[in-house]
Design a protein around this ligand. Sequence first.
Ligand SMILES: Nc1ncnc2c1ncn2[C@@H]1O[C@H](COP(=O)(O)OP(=O)(O)OP(=O)(O)O)[C@@H](O)[C@H]1O
Ligand code: SF4
Ligand SMILES: [Mg+2]
Length: 401
Amino acid sequence: MVDSAKDTLNSEQLPAYENLLELEDLRVHFHTQDGVVKAVDGVSFSLNAGETLGVVGESGSGKSVTALSILGLVPMPPGQIAGGDIRFKGQSLIGMKDKDLRQIRGNHIAMIFQDPLSALNPVYKVGKQVAEGLRIHRGYNKQQANARAIELLDMVGIPNPEQRVREYPHQFSGGMRQRAMIAMALACEPEILIADEPTTALDVTIQAQIIELMQRMQHDLGTAIIMITHDLGVVADVADRILVMYAGKPVEYGTADQIFYEPLHPYTWGLMRSIPKRTIDDDKPLTPIKGNPPSLINLPPGCAFSERCPYATDRCREQEPSIKLISDEHFSACFYSDDEEFILNSPIYDDAEELKAQAAAGMLYTGIERDAEDAEDAGGAAQPAGERDNTASTQAGESNG
Ligand SMILES: Nc1ncnc2c1ncn2[C@@H]1O[C@H](COP(=O)(O)OP(=O)(O)OP(=O)(O)O)[C@@H](O)[C@H]1O
Ligand code: SF4
Ligand SMILES: [Mg+2]
């Protein structure tokens, strides 16, 4: 089936926000000895000032490459922008001169990298690195930069900042390095902060502190945040909208409420059932998605998720679904997302009550509030499995353990 162009995810369909940042059908490929890795293949989203976008997907789904592309940090070669556009305040960043891009990087758009040790230079003192952007972009002299570095370290909760600015990254603990990187990213008060798995390597208490810190910065400075994570639970509490990626492609995109309470794509259902916090209930063990993501060099024909999807039909294995607008601002790339019976029979809708109870108890890190009427609606959606010729409900029941 060929979907009508007007229904697919393109910038005209995206909600009309201030469009601080727009990605339109971005494609980033790597030319390797084994073949072309389509790391990012048709990603679109828009980001409004002060808003938080969660980008979620398993390892290798193209999250970091998407982020690095925005900052012009994809190594080329082997990387190549194979198509699409990235616009910051309406201005295309693709093909922009390196000198101009450097003005935007750190100054207007900053990034907290996945690995703080690789982002912090081991041979320079932390204070010098935190303040580097201020010297480059804001013309601060050495004393001014040092004073501001102390303020920034203090602001991100690093004790004894006067002493800490003179220390090297290896003298910092993991959590403190992460905080130093946040301080560095925030130094020039960027309009957009990209946080790539900022909490993965940290324990739960520090994770919560770092997320709280980023939210406070957002509140104080109006920063827009792109929060990248493999764990939907991490963005439950912080994202306004969520983009779910699989094998380099967007598979679902919507508001956080839509993704959490009305998820449409079987891959999103799988991610929801993998949220670690759900193991708190012993009767509902963690259900990781079976199998592994496909090779990005040789994607299977049809839907990229078909080899792991319990609902896959012959059609799914032959034709590729494109991402389509299903309801108000809510996009999904599954043939059956507009089939009400299919959606209502999903394991997530059976679990709606439990999910909401966990959310209310803060067990999903979620602060999303639902009023009583909404709760009733969602509860009513948990209907007995109907008969589908693809035995979807049976298989879902099995994978439930
Ligand atoms: N420099 C490179 N050369 C070749 N392939 C690359 C390069 N950088 C990334 N890739 C490939 O692009 C794909 C997407 O990688 P990316 O780092 O964006 O994944 P990710 O979603 O951030 O995963 P993770 O959760 O593990 O960080 C992967 O298959 C990766 O191997
Ligand atoms: S299109 Fe088919 S294989 Fe892909 S997610 Fe939907 S049901 Fe599963
Ligand atoms: Mg990554």
